[in-house]
Design a binder for this molecule. Structure first.
Ligand SMILES: [Zn+2]
Length: 301
């Protein structure tokens, strides 16, 4: 069963199944805006959905918390599951909505927080019939569940939440930006009331690749199809996309760039023209040099 599922998905370095969500995103219709005067569409039945999960996990030490648009399920002590629901899930959802996302996922997305490696492996098999191929966490192939080994920290959870929100808000978003933004917030905090991505472990390899002259031009990165981004990655795609987002963040351009890219997607599906415009750069080779020296000066930790 696991193998069949795997073949339908692209690899995501952090989250092997995440890209199923992205591929599905191209096919799924986003919920339309409500029409003035028409009856509002009923929202998801969170209590009913949570009751279904409680039944499913009955007697196994799980706590189920409704945190719209998510339902959080975890087998850490109840107070910890509740704290993560507020401090990580609610916080990140509010922050991401503030800067990027207007729409919630159309259906409830479940966030499974397994307390450690043993629970993560055993329960992913028990509840989803698959073996996890990443130690941190991933998104199920139908996009309805984020499955985490929360013992490794909350970074992958925020990364996956970006994908869960990107799907209804910018279904055509190419992998390079979806993964760049998701991985930006793998290490994040709040700064002046906004979500702020910090440098992280992806920096070192990128700096080495820059010094070795192995980082492709942005024109090339942005023109990658999802298949090329995931399957033909020479090891720098995630980091290059992440640190482009980081650069835009540092210039105060990231949220505006996202909105411009989303709104201009028909004319500029890769986001390259919108990037040039946001940066005010005529010559992107000059920008590439500028960005490379910016990245080489960053530090982590
Ligand atoms: Zn991802």
């Amino acid at each position: 069963m696991g193998r069949g599922r795997r073949e339908k998905t692209f690899a995501c370095a952090c989250t092997v199944l995440a890209c199923a969500l992205l591929v599905g995103a191209h096919l799924a219709a986003a919920p339309g805006p409500s029409v003035e005067g028409s009856a509002p569409e009923p929202g998801p039945d969170y209590p009913g959905h949570a009751a279904g999960i409680r039944e499913r996990v009955k007697g196994q030490g799980f706590t189920v918390v409704i945190e719209p648009p998510f339902v959080v399920v975890g087998d850490e002590p109840a107070h910890l599951v509740k704290r993560r629901s507020v401090k990580t899930v609610r916080w990140a959802a509010n922050m991401l909505k503030k800067d990027f996302f207007r729409r919630d996922p159309e259906k409830v997305v479940d966030i499974w927080l397994f307390k450690d490696k043993a629970s993560y492996e055993k329960n992913t098999r028990a509840f989803f019939g698959i073996d996890p191929h990443t130690p941190f966490g991933f998104c199920s192939s139908d996009g309805r569940s984020l499955i985490m080994n929360i013992g490794t920290g909350g970074g992958t959870l925020v990364h996956e939440m970006v994908h869960a929100f990107m799907k209804p808000n910018f279904p055509q978003c190419p992998a390079w930006f979806n993964e760049g933004l998701g991985s930006l917030y793998e290490q994040c905090r709040e700064k002046e009331g906004r979500i702020y991505g910090m440098t992280n472990w992806r920096l070192r390899g990128l700096q080495e690749a820059i010094r070795a002259g192995k980082v492709p031009l942005f024109e090339k990165l942005l023109s990658t199809t999802d298949h090329e981004f995931y399957k033909k990655d020479r090891g720098t795609n995630y980091a290059q996309a992440r640190y482009l987002c980081y650069y835009l963040q540092e210039q105060g351009l990231l949220a505006g760039y996202y909105r411009g890219f989303r709104d201009n997607r028909e004319d500029d599906p890769t986001g390259y023209k919108t990037l040039k415009k946001a940066l005010g750069e005529e010559d992107m080779r000059v920008f590439q040099k500028k960005w490379e020296s910016f990245v080489l000066k960053l530090t982590f930790p």
